[in-house]
Write a protein that binds this ligand. Structure first.
Ligand SMILES: Cc1ncc(COP(=O)(O)O)c(C=O)c1O
Length: 389
């Protein structure tokens, strides 16, 4: 293939790589999912009942966790975990590079947020930075398996053990991800999940917490439902963060194929890795050693020093070739207005800042064919060729 130049780009009137856009994600329900929901609707059992219970059991099993608790969404899942594991005023170290809920729910739990930086190639919380930020007041580490790539769990658990800290893994993007051959549910005090419509397991809204301690699960159960210890007997303050059985049935139905779908994402990621490694000017994600990601998002970096364009210009050109992109995320959390006060007293994570200028996500899902995955790489190579300095 000859090297593409600016005039070859579709954005400048050249022929696009794809005639129509490659779908960025695969969302929606199969007939089987709809039948499962319809069965519940017809039964009249609309509250959390046998379907939610079965989803809890099966999801925990597939994640190598002892117990699961369904809940209304991934934000509620974080609130259940933080509510059961933290006290107001606890210092908690958390990455500046994650979705807002990981951190905003710490604030809601009245924890003292301490932002750490992330690693440039895996995008995951930097264990050395976490260790640097520990004080006698640090009580927990709340980290995200961002984009579905597990953090360096060995390092995090070693720090937690040394300093007697709780660990909460926000796994909203990491259903069925593995680390050292085990499901991520085997690690930490709690893993929280989101079943939002676009997640790898998407029920519309929905969530789950997995734990390995029965006492903790009981406590989270009270928080989930009005602190109710017996019929209309309330011993603590709780919320209504429950799921319902329609959602539970959809989740159960989707869970049957989630393993195969995740493996298909992994096959697409393998194609991307081998092809993108040969493209000068674009870097691919490098999973943490020992991890087997769930690849919720496939996030690349534009090497801006090698290109004569910004990340947004690169993406605009890629979009015209028929490859939609997304930016997760345009700002580190230290720059979000809502965290201005916290950020004032915090370091400004350099890697998170750099990532906000150069990351872009390309399509990844179970319905992507090898041909489409290769076409996505052709388009990236074409755009990189045209913009390379
Ligand atoms: C990392 C992370 N944490 C938490 C959440 C919150 O989940 P939900 O939207 O189900 O409340 C999300 C959802 O986007 C997420 O990506």
């Amino acid at each position: 293939m000859t090297t593409a130049t600016a005039s070859d780009l579709a954005i400048n009137g050249g022929t696009p790589v794809f005639e129509s856009n490659v779908p960025f994600m695969a969302v929606g329900l199969t007939e089987k999912d709809i039948d499962a929901a319809t069965e519940v609707l017809k039964s009249g059992m609309l509250r959390a009942a046998s379907k939610c219970a079965a989803l809890e059991e099966e999801f925990a099993k597939q994640s190598d966790a002892k117990l699961g608790l369904t809940c209304a969404n991934g934000t509620c899942a974080l609130q259940l975990a933080y509510g059961a594991l933290l006290e107001p005023g606890d210092e908690v170290i958390t990455p500046a590079w994650t979705f807002i809920a990981t951190v905003s729910m710490l604030v809601a739990a009245q924890a003292k947020v301490v932002f750490c930086d992330v690693l440039e190639d895996s995008y995951q919380a930097d264990p050395a930075d976490i260790e640097r930020l520990i004080t006698p007041k640090t009580k927990a580490i709340a980290v995200t398996h961002l984009y579905g790539i597990p953090v360096d769990i060995d390092a995090i658990e070693a720090i937690a053990k040394k300093h007697n800290l709780k660990v909460i893994y926000d796994s909203a993007q990491a259903h069925l991800a593995e680390y050292n051959g085990k499901g991520i549910g085997a690690f930490g005090d709690a893993c929280t999940y989101s079943f939002y419509a676009t997640k790898n397991l998407g029920t519309g809204e929905g969530g789950m917490v997995t734990v390995n301690d029965e006492k903790l699960a009981t406590e989270m159960g009270f928080l989930r439902s009005h602190g109710e210890t017996g019929k209309y007997l309330h011993e603590s303050i709780g919320f209504n963060y429950r799921m319902n059985d329609i959602t539970g049935a959809i989740g159960l139905s989707k869970l049957e194929t989630l393993g195969d779908e995740t493996n298909r994402r992994r096959a697409v990621a393998d194609i991307y890795a081998s092809r993108i490694d040969a493209i000068e000017g674009v870097l691919r994600p490098v999973p943490t050693k020992g991890s087997n990601p769930a690849w919720h998002l496939y996030t690349c970096r534009a090497e801006l020093e090698k290109l004569s364009c910004t990340r947004d210009e690169f993406c605009a050109a890629l979009n015209k070739e028929g490859v939609p992109t997304a930016v997760h995320y345009p700002k580190p959390l230290t720059e979000q207005p809502v965290f201005a006060e916290i950020a004032k007293n915090s370091d400004h994570p350099k890697v998170a800042k750099k990532l906000s200028t150069c990351v872009f996500c390309i399509p990844i899902h179970q319905n992507l064919s090898d041909e489409q995955a290769n076409g996505v790489c052709d388009a990236i190579a074409k755009v990189a060729d045209a913009f390379r300095k």
